[in-house]
Design a protein around this ligand. Structure first.
Ligand SMILES: Cc1cc2nc3c(=O)[nH]c(=O)nc-3n(C[C@H](O)[C@H](O)[C@H](O)COP(=O)(O)O)c2cc1C
Length: 170
């Protein structure tokens, strides 16, 4: 899909049907995440693909926002190698996870797969139930699937602020 068309067509899907995500499409989505830039190119992202009944049940315990999606990508990062800001007070792990997730989300649309970015999750609970190592921090999750027949963008999708409200030339 042409880029300008793609960023206009993407929306947060909040109702999926039961069709599993096509394997080739999933591979292309994950590959797009692999190519994302990260600080120092440290590639600290860790992507967990949840598709089994057991894994999805664990996800449902930690978030109300699966909306019937057959696949959930949990995006975490490896804390011990994330770039530390010069101030020493924060690292770039959440940024790295976010840029990777943005690639995943846009690639999904390009593959005809709908998505919804989620932070209404309990990261620690999810990490524990999925047995993730202590060295990894969960940042967000991404539902993936095909839109149910009556699904579509919610009204707020169409409410974007004017550029002048969010962009300032100094
Ligand atoms: C950082 C972030 C966190 C979000 N968390 C959730 C969430 O937990 N649950 C949910 O249903 N939608 C979530 N969304 C989806 C937003 O509500 C949605 O992107 C926004 O309302 C604009 O709609 P659109 O994506 O259809 O354009 C999140 C989106 C972003 C970018």
């Amino acid at each position: 899909m042409e880029f300008n068309e793609l960023i206009r067509a993407r929306y947060s899907c909040k109702k999926y049907d039961s069709r599993p995500v096509d394997r080739q499409a999933l591979s292309a989505i994950l590959e797009a995440g692999r190519l994302a830039p990260t600080a120092r190119n440290a590639q600290v992202q860790r992507i967990y693909v949840l598709e089994s009944e057991e894994a999805l049940a664990k996800f449902d315990e930690a978030s109300p926002c699966r909306y019937g999606a057959p696949t959930v990508l949990v995006v975490a990062y490896y804390v011990n190698d994330a770039y530390v800001y010069p101030s020493g007070t924060m690292d770039s792990g959440a940024e790295d996870a976010a840029i990777v997730a943005t690639h995943l989300m846009l690639a999904a649309k390009n593959e005809g797969v709908e998505s919804c970015w989620l932070n209404k999750i309990e990261p620690e609970k999810l990490a524990a139930s999925l047995n993730l190592p202590d060295s990894e921090k969960v940042v967000l999750a991404l539902d993936l699937g095909y839109a149910a027949e009556d699904a579509g963008p919610l009204p707020n999708h169409f409410k974007r602020k004017d550029l002048s409200e969010t962009t300032f030339y100094l």
